[in-house]
Design a protein around this ligand. Structure first.
Ligand SMILES: [Cu+2]
Length: 382
């Protein structure tokens, strides 16, 4: 029934259009072709001007309305040391392209108005104008050069790797369908060796447990922590398809490519609670976090930094979301101390353990009592 109704509507619209065309034809016969052309060209010219005003007005109003999202202001301010450089680059590019955008649109519709068809007017033909050619080549070339040079300079600074004597923490993010496996180096501060051929259901990262640097490595759960004002180097790896390590508030975004390790170095400069306090200034963050519970906590109180995958990697893509908490060094140390070594809790003493049956001496001494316990049972069982 609905289909029949739609078909009938389409046929009726068709008939109406044919009738309008015939009416226009008849008017043209009555008034004369010239008169019709004059009228329609006048209307088109007026509509061009109207469109120019409405369109540019809408562009300005919506840009102002979405300025925070567009330019990284207000509740979208960057929370990393390099974030400001990226935002300012976007803003400078937007400034120049914005000028070109406004000028070209005014020219486009103003010319359509000014040079509309008139009986007494003849088109003039310009084949070539050296001065114009020079202007419209040189101006974009200079602006583009400035933008590119500035961009390369910022890219060099942002992507420069850590120096060996620098104080930083290195973690590893391994993307897979569909979650991030986040590995911390443990008390020794060094991530252990990996080999994809060692990957099994329990050894999901392919850690080589003959390498003692792996013995204290930690694989964290749903929440990961980072200390504020400390450089972080993230090794980024993919196990299956393309993923993308994305921390929007930190302006960190890097592809995770199977077979090609990448990295990103950044310094968080605002803790989660500092960022929440900033959000408190904005009315939209005073709405209830859960619309079903209007009396419950507000949006700013429940804000968390998010680690997402920014590459559409499959149907479970959305579930790669993780929570990142940026905390003070003391809070970080307390959290870090509570985390347990993946090797000692999941692998040690099992069939998969290449050191099964051997007594290991694991540094630092804090780990030693935990370590010798399973090792002893191994020796007794032999
Ligand atoms: Cu993904």
């Amino acid at each position: 029934m609905t289909a029949l109704f739609i078909i009938l509507c389409i046929i009726l619209v068709g008939i109406v259009l044919v009738q309008i065309a015939r009416v226009v034809e008849l008017i043209a016969q009555v008034k004369g072709e010239r008169e019709v052309m004059r009228e329609s060209s006048w209307w088109n010219a007026q509509l061009s001007l109207l469109f120019l005003v409405v369109f540019l007005g809408a562009v300005f109003v919506s840009s102002y309305y979405y300025k925070n999202e567009l330019l990284g202001y207000g509740p979208h301010a960057a929370a990393s040391a390099h974030g400001g450089a990226i935002d300012s680059m976007f803003n400078v590019t937007l400034f120049f392209t914005g000028i070109v955008f406004v000028i070209t649109h005014i020219a486009l519709f103003w010319f359509a108005y000014k040079y509309r068809w008139r009986e007494d007017r003849k088109a003039s033909f310009i084949a070539h104008d050296n001065r114009l050619e020079v202007i419209w080549t040189a101006v974009p070339a200079v602006v583009m050069t400035l933008l590119v040079v500035r961009g390369l300079d910022a890219w060099d600074t942002i992507m420069s790797d850590v120096k060996p004597d620098e104080d930083y923490i290195e973690i590893e993010a391994i993307g897979q369908q569909f979650n991030w496996i986040i590995r911390y180096p443990g008390p020794d501060g060094k991530l252990g060796a990996r080999d994809y051929r060692l990957t099994t259901a329990t050894n999901q990262v392919g850690q080589d447990f003959r390498d003692r640097k792996n013995w204290d490595d930690i694989i964290v759960g749903q929440e990961l922590y980072l200390p504020v004002n400390k450089k972080v180097r993230v090794r980024i790896i993919a196990k299956d398809v393309l993923h993308n390590f994305y921390l929007p508030q930190f302006r960190v975004k890097m592809d995770a490519v199977p077979g090609m390790p990448t990295y990103f170095v950044f310094t968080p400069i605002k803790t989660t609670s500092e960022y929440r306090n900033e959000l408190r200034k904005y009315p939209e963050y005073h709405k209830p976090y859960d619309p079903a519970d209007p009396q419950g906590p507000k949006r700013w109180e429940k804000f968390e930094y998010e680690l997402a995958c920014a590459e559409l990697c499959g149907k479970g893509h959305y579930s790669m979301k993780r929570i990142l908490r940026v905390v003070s060094q003391e809070e970080f140390d307390a959290w870090y101390k509570q985390q347990e070594s993946y090797y000692m809790t999941q692998i040690r003493g099992k069939d998969e353990d290449p050191n099964k049956g051997k007594i290991l001496d694991i540094d630092p001494p804090a780990e030693k009592s935990q370590e010798t316990a399973p090792a002893k049972t191994e020796t007794t069982s032999l």
